[in-house]
Design a protein around this ligand. Sequence first.
Ligand code: ZN
Ligand code: ZN
Length: 138
Amino acid sequence: MGRRYFCDYCDRSFQDNLHNRKKHLNGVQHQRSKKAWFDTFRDASEILAEEQTKKLCRRFLQCGQCDFGPGCRFSHMTVEELGALKDHVEAEQRAREMQKKHLPPCNVESWLEERAKKKSIHSERCVQQGELLEQSKA
Ligand SMILES: [Zn+2]
Ligand SMILES: [Zn+2]
């Protein structure tokens, strides 16, 4: 079986060897996940404003891939993605309004907490499931 490489950005694992790792890290899917991952730490409205000032990257549009990756000075966002981002910004603004009304917060910290929990559960799942079974029997 061998070791498995877990990719934080894509939230998936695969057999760890140089070939797989190289293939994965250079893959479009991974680049997207990585960008999305970093983007969660930035203000979406900030990104939206930034992307809207950029011209579309022709290389990215034609090949679906661009060597400059997230560092490209042209936008790698499709019209659909920009639309989705706009929706996200609007939803975020609504969420902020909700927070002002003292409703449960929905922020990056709690998201990260949930994510960390999910990850630890992931590795301990077998043990916990065993324990839960024992508990439900008792
Ligand atoms: Zn990945
Ligand atoms: Zn580009």
